[in-house]
Ligand binder design. Structure first.
Ligand SMILES: Nc1ncnc2c1ncn2[C@@H]1O[C@H](COP(=O)(O)OP(=O)(O)OP(=O)(O)O)[C@@H](O)[C@H]1O
Ligand SMILES: [Mg+2]
Length: 579
C-alpha cells in the first residue's frame, strides 16, 4: 500500500480538483430530478413559459455534467495509467535486479502475471473504487435525503428493493473474482503449454508426439472453456437480476406513488422525479458491492506486487569498498560452496591461483562443478566471504558493477537477444568501432559467416530473425566477450559445438589475443587443443581439484588429463588416417 500512498501524496494536486469535480457532478445529478419535478408540475398547470425555462435548465445542467465527467474521466484515467506505468516499471526494474537464484524459485508465468493481471486489478480498483467510494456516500445519501424530504414513506418503500443490490453485487463480485482467478490460472497453464510446445517443436516432431501434446492442450482448453462458462452464466444472470430489482422499485413507485398522486398527497412532478431517483440510487447500491470486491482483489494484487518490490536480492552490495584499478589476478582459497537450497557441497576446498596474464584451463567430468566455479567468480551466486579474491580484494567486497565490469564472460549456453548481430556483439561495449568488431569476429572465426548473411552485421537473429546454429551462437558469444577487452575473461565450454578445425583456429587466435592484451583467462573445456595451450590446468572431479599444474606436468601424472589427451590425440590421428 505504501507505493500507492506515496503516489497519492505526490499527485495530490490532481486529486483535489477531481474530487471537487466528482462532488459537483454528483450534486448536479441530484438536482436534475428536482427540476424535472418542477417542469412536470408546470405541465399539469399548463404553464408553457415555466416548462421551457425548466427544460433549458435541465439541458444546461446535463451539459455541464457531461463536460465535467469528461474532464474528470480524462484526468483520473491519466493518473491511474501513470501509476500503472510506474508499477510496471518498478516490477521490471526489480526483476532485472534479482539474481539467478530468485528466478529458480519462481515461475515465469507467475512473474509475468504480476506485471499484467495484478497491475490491472489495482488499476480497476483505482478507477472504479475511487469513483464508487465517493459516489456511494455522496450520490446515495443525497439522493435518498432528497427523496425522503419529498415523501418519507414513499422513499423508504421505493429504496427497499434497491438495498438488495448491495448483497447481490457483493456476492457476485466474490464469485466472479473466484471464477476469474480460476480462469486466469488455467490460462497461465495453457500459456506454458503453448510456449513449451513451440520451443520444443523439434523434439515433439522427432518423437511424433504431436497428438499427445494436442490432447494435453485440448484438455486444458476444455477446462478453460468450462470455467469460462461459469463466468458467463454468472455474468448473464447479473444484469437481469439488477433490472429485476430496479423494476420492482418502479412497480412500488407506480402502485403506491400513483395512489398518493390520486389522493393529491404528492404532485405528479414528485412521482416523475422519484422515477429518476431510482436510477441514481441504483448505481451507488451496486457500487458498494463491487467496490468492496474490487478492493479485496486490489489488496491481494498489491500484496503480490509488494512481495516482488520488497524482495532483497541475495546477491547485492553489502558494505562495498572503493577499489582502484584492478589487475587481472584471481586467487581462490579453500572455497567450499553449496547451492542455497542444497544439502551438500558442490565445491569442496578449492584452492587455485591465477596470476595476471595467465591462462587457466579447467576440465573434469560432467556435473563436477566447473560451471559453478566460474559463476561464483562473477557472483551469479555468492561465494562464502574470504574465498575468492580479485586483484587482492575479496570479491564479496568489490562493488558488483566494478567486479562484473572487469570480467568478460562466455556462458556455457550462449544467449543471443532477438536483435541485430551488431547489437548482440556490442552488449558490453556500446561504442565499439567497426574495426574492433571485425577484429573480434575474426578472432572468434565467425567473420566469414557474418559477412555472408543477408544484412551482415545488421542481420536480426533470434525469435524475430534468423536462427543461428549452436556453434555460430557460441562464436558470436566469444566475439562479444573478446570485444570488451576486459582484464579477466571466463570461457565456460566455449567450443563444445564447433568442429575441430575451427576450434584450433579459435584457440590460436584467442591465445594470441590474450597474450597481446595481457588478459587473465579461465577456459573450461573438454578439448585438449584448448587445455594444452593453457599455462596451467586444473582437473575438477566431484567438486575437488584432483590435478593441478602445467599441461606438461599433468601429462606426466598420467591421470585424467593424460587419458583425455591420449584419447583425443589418438582419435585425431585415426580420423586423419581415414582422410
Ligand atoms: N542452481 C543450482 N542449484 C542446485 N544445484 C545446482 C545448480 N546448478 C547446478 N547444480 C548442481 O551442481 C552440480 C555441478 O553443476 P555444474 O553445472 O557446475 O557442473 P559442470 O561441471 O559445469 O558440468 P558440465 O560439464 O556438464 O557443464 C550438478 O550436480 C548440478 O546438478
Ligand atoms: Mg558446466
Amino acid at each position: 500500500m505504501k507505493i500507492i500512498y506515496k503516489f497519492f501524496k505526490r499527485e495530490i494536486k490532481w486529486y483535489i480538483p477531481i474530487i471537487g469535480m466528482l462532488i459537483l457532478v454528483d450534486l448536479s445529478q441530484v438536482v436534475i430530478p428536482l427540476f424535472t419535478k418542477k417542469a412536470v408540475d408546470a405541465i399539469t398547470k399548463n404553464n408553457t413559459k415555466l416548462i421551457i425555462q425548466y427544460g433549458l435548465i435541465i439541458l444546461a445542467v446535463a451539459a455541464g455534467i457531461i463536460l465535467i465527467r469528461y474532464i474528470y474521466n480524462y484526468i483520473l484515467r491519466k493518473l491511474v495509467l501513470k501509476l500503472d506505468f510506474e508499477l510496471k516499471t518498478s516490477l521490471f526494474k526489480q526483476y532485472v535486479r534479482m539474481p539467478k537464484s530468485y528466478f529458480e524459485k519462481q515461475e515465469i508465468g507467475d512473474l509475468m502475471a504480476r506485471v499484467t493481471n495484478d497491475t490491472r486489478a489495482v488499476r480497476m480498483f483505482l478507477i472504479m473504487g475511487f469513483l464508487g467510494g465517493i459516489d456511494i456516500i455522496l450520490l446515495g445519501v443525497t439522493t435518498f435525503v432528497m427523496m425522503f424530504i419529498m415523501s418519507a414513506k414513499l422513499a423508504v418503500l421505493v429504496a427497499a428493493p434497491l438495498v438488495l443490490l448491495v448483497p447481490l453485487a457483493l456476492n457476485f463480485g466474490h464469485k466472479i473474482h473466484r471464477y476469474f482467478k480460476n480462469v486466469q490460472s488455467i490460462f497461465g497453464e495453457m500459456t506454458v503449454r503453448v510456449r513449451e510446445a513451440i520451443s520444443g517443436i523439434r523434439v515433439i516432431k522427432a518423437f511424433t508426439r504431436e497428438n499427445f501434446y494436442l490432447k494435453l492442450f485440448e484438455s486444458e482448453n476444455e477446462k478453460y472453456l468450462r470455467e469460462n462458462m461459469k463466468l458467463v452464466k454468472l455474468d448473464g444472470f447479473l444484469e437481469p437480476a439488477i433490472d429485476f430489482l430496479i423494476y420492482a422499485s418502479l412497480f412500488i413507485l407506480i402502485l403506491y406513488g400513483g395512489s398518493l398522486v390520486i389522493k393529491n398527497r404528492i404532485s405528479l412532478g414528485t412521482l416523475v422525479a422519484f422515477s429518476q431517483y431510482i436510477g441514481t440510487l441504483a448505481w451507488p447500491m451496486m457500487a458498494i458491492g463491487f467496490t468492496i470486491s474490487l478492493l479485496q482483489r486490489a489488496r491481494a494484487s498489491l500484496g503480490r506486487i509488494n512481495e516482488v518490490l520488497s524482495a532483497i536480492p541475495e546477491v547485492r552490495d553489502v558494505k562495498p569498498i572503493t577499489v582502484g584499478k584492478l589487475k587481472g589476478e584471481i586467487k581462490i582459497k579453500n572455497l567450499t560452496f553449496r547451492y542455497p537450497d542444497a544439502n551438500y557441497s558442490i565445491l569442496k576446498n578449492i584452492t587455485l591461483d591465477i596470476n595476471p596474464g595467465e591462462l587457466l584451463g579447467i576440465t573434469g567430468p560432467t556435473g563436477s562443478g566447473k560451471t559453478t566455479l566460474i559463476e561464483l567468480i562473477i557472483r551469479v551466486y555468492n561465494p562464502p566471504e574470504g574465498t575468492i579474491f580479485f586483484s587482492g580484494y575479496d570479491i564479496m567486497k568489490i562493488p558488483l558493477k566494478t567486479l562484473r565490469g572487469n570480467i568478460a564472460y562466455v556462458p556455457q549456453e550462449p544467449f543471443l537477444f532477438s536483435d541485430t548481430i551488431k547489437e548482440n556483439l556490442t552488449l558490453g561495449k556500446k561504442n565499439a568501432t567497426l574495426n574492433e568488431i571485425n577484429e573480434a569476429l575474426r578472432i572468434a572465426a565467425i567473420k566469414k559467416t557474418v559477412d555472408s548473411l543477408p544484412n551482415g552485421l545488421e542481420t536480426v537473429v533470434g525469435e524475430k530473425g534468423i536462427t543461428l546454429s549452436g556453434g555460430e551462437r557460441q562464436r558470436i558469444a566469444i566475439a562479444r566477450a573478446v570485444l570488451t577487452k576486459r582484464p579477466v575473461m571466463l570461457f565456460d565450454d566455449p567450443l563444445s559445438a564447433v568442429d575441430t578445425d575451427t576450434e584450433k583456429e579459435i584457440i590460436k587466435n584467442l591465445k594470441k589475443y590474450l597474450k597481446e592484451n595481457k588478459i587473465t583467462a579461465v577456459i573450461n573445456s573438454q578439448r585438449i587443443s584448448a587445455l594444452s595451450v593453457a599455462d596451467k590446468v586444473a582437473v575438477i572431479s566431484r567438486g575437488r581439484v584432483i590435478e593441478n599444474g602445467t599441461p606438461g606436468q599433468l601429462f606426466e601424472e598420467k591421470g585424467y588429463y593424460y587419458h583425455l589427451y591420449r584419447k583425443q590425440i589418438l582419435e585425431g590421428m585415426r580420423s586423419d588416417e581415414k582422410e
